[in-house]
Design a binder for this molecule. Structure first.
Ligand SMILES: *Cc1c(COP(=O)(O)O)cnc(C)c1O
Length: 374
């Protein structure tokens, strides 16, 4: 080959490493010759309840119309969001997962001359999209595993275009109160956009936590991103959205692909937004699961980062890669977070009670076998 085609890629992309997703069940089954039915995946913060029946009924109906293009404006889903959150239609931007929206935001508002601020240990997609567009990522050292909001505000300079704040954060499960987020927003100049990624906000209970949507009126530079992948149980459908000022939404809607959310996903998401029983069950199962996992870690004697999300990062020590492998051998998939600079932790998503129990007993065994080098 006379041309090195990789060298033709734009600079940011050349240095990029792809997002590392959780290992799929089928892949582990193939690799280790295990029965897929006996594998549990607690690796991608998916909803252990399975999807909402109401969402699935709507999806099946939409599937029958698959020869037609989706509604490129997503009217019915936007209407459902308007009904639920009291926002205006023209504040909403829909995405093929909120990852899509995060990328569109970066592409619209940052470029090679810009800086993008995010926290150490924050969601991996922020540095990834920043680098892909050739902007400079500024990773601000975390404080107690969470965002150091003061330091992030101080990192803003004349080149800063965007700040990503994950609240709660993934993979650490840390969260800031409404007061802290407001105090932070007050320190940010109006021409710097703040993306408040609330992928896990539906799991939050407690008055002290912010609802980004309520902050939009006072902070016109705010973009709130949410997803149907977690508490709403539709990760495979790939639907997320942002709510912002109409001016910002207009910009985002110019750049997003015209049919970025498919009809089946649009229908499922609109239906699940009206399924409060499903959401309540998600919350209950999650709260109980967080308790169960925390108690289990205490029993085993492991420290963990207290989490408000649907996952917990647990410190399994320097042998974490071996522990991960030993869990895989026992048919339990969790998520290594060494790529986040957390080499001693594994992130486990909250499962159903019996899944959590199976994970905890496999973890006890895995710790022993990793220690013995087996
Ligand atoms: C899971 C997650 C998302 C959402 O991803 P989707 O593309 O909507 O599935 C966004 N932000 C954070 C912090 C997440 O953990």
């Amino acid at each position: 080959m006379s041309v090195d085609y990789q060298s033709l890629a734009v600079k940011g992309v050349q240095a990029l490493s792809p997002y590392q997703p959780g290992k799929p069940i089928e892949e582990l089954a193939r690799e280790l010759g295990l029965n897929p039915e006996e594998i549990i995946k607690l690796a991608s913060n998916e909803n252990p309840l399975g999807p909402s029946e109401k969402a699935m009924a709507a999806a099946r109906k939409a599937l029958e119309e698959s020869c037609l293009y989706p509604d490129g404006n997503g009217f019915a889903l936007k209407q459902a969001l308007v009904n639920r959150f009291g926002v205006a239609m023209n504040q909403i931007t829909l995405g093929n997962g909120s990852n899509d929206v995060l990328e569109v935001i970066a592409r619209c508002f940052a470029g090679p001359e810009s800086e993008v601020v995010f926290s150490q240990y924050a969601f991996a997609v922020y540095p990834l999209v920043t680098q892909a567009i050739g902007a400079k990522g500024v990773s601000v050292p975390a404080k107690d595993w969470g965002h150091d909001l003061d330091a992030m505000a101080e990192a803003v300079n004349a080149r800063t275009k965007l700040i990503f704040v994950a609240n709660p954060n993934n993979p650490t499960g840390t969260v800031h109160t409404a007061d802290a987020i407001e105090a932070f927003l007050q320190r940010i100049p109006e021409h710097v956009l703040v993306v408040l990624d609330e992928a896990y906000c539906e799991f939050l209970t407690g008055e002290e936590y912010p609802d980004g949507i309520q902050l939009l009126e006072r902070f016109p530079n705010l973009i709130v991103c949410r997803t149907f992948s977690k508490a709403w149980g539709l990760a495979a459908m790939r639907v997320g959205y942002s709510i912002s000022s109409p001016e910002i939404a207009d910009v985002l809607n110019r750049v997003r692909q015209p049919f970025n959310v498919n009809s089946v996903a649009l229908a499922a998401a609109a239906a699940v937004l009206e399924d409060d029983a499903y959401l309540n069950r998600s919350r209950e199962v999650n709260e109980a699961g967080l308790r169960q996992l925390a108690e289990g870690f205490d029993r085993i004697g492991l420290s963990f980062i207290p989490s408000v999300g649907n996952f917990i990062a647990v410190d399994v020590g320097e042998q974490s890669a071996a522990v991960y492998q030993a869990l895989l051998a026992r048919g339990v998939i969790v998520r290594p977070v060494a790529g986040y600079g957390m080499p001693n932790h594994l992130r486990v998503s909250v499962g159903l009670p019996d899944e959590n129990e199976r994970f905890l007993s496999a973890l006890s065994e895995a710790l022993t076998s990793a220690q013995e080098g087996r």
